[in-house]
Design a protein around this ligand. Structure first.
Ligand code: DQA
Length: 148
């Protein structure tokens, strides 16, 4: 069975209540449940995880190789703009991934304009709110099914 891993970075556990003008009102449980439901219908294994820890995220990206993950959807949150270590973890594992942001980071502060991950990602989904995860999933699904 093909496997998709969904990783959410720091402060995304607060979605729904956190700065709704940027991140909307859908909470993380709702985002993950919608993805799990779709994956069940599509016959795909999916695992969704959130952490506020950079080290834990790196561990999960590394482990994804032995867990035989085919595709990763990640919202690295603030680590997008700071973490060479998360970039290096993706470069080391080589697992294809899509970078998701709920807000349109390009319309925001200067420090959000740069991503350490985007040039390694297959693509990015930015500014489409919680729907962005669904679009990233749709792409991942097509990709893993075509690889079978
Ligand atoms: C975010 C954008 C980041 O700049 C920010 O630090 C986040 C969330 C987004 O989903 O729009 O925490 O990744």
């Amino acid at each position: 069975m093909s496997k998709i891993l969904v990783l959410h970075g720091p402060n995304l556990n607060l979605l729904g209540a956190r700065e709704p003008e940027h991140y909307g009102t859908t909470n993380l449980q709702e985002i993950d449940s919608a993805l799990r439901e779709r994956a069940q219908q599509d016959g795909i294994a999916i695992e969704c995880r959130q952490t506020n820890s950079e080290s834990e995220l790196i561990g999960w990206i590394q482990q994804a190789v032995s867990e035989e993950v085919d595709f990763i959807i990640i919202n690295p949150a603030a680590y997008t703009h700071t973490s060479v270590a998360i970039r290096d973890a993706f470069a080391a594992t080589g697992i294809p991934f899509v970078e998701v942001h709920l807000s349109n980071v390009h319309r925001r502060e200067d420090f959000r304009q740069f991503s350490y991950l985007s040039d390694l990602a297959i693509g990015t989904v930015t500014g489409l709110g919680a729907d962005g995860y669904g679009f990233a999933y749709e792409y991942g699904l097509r990709r893993v099914l075509n690889a079978d």
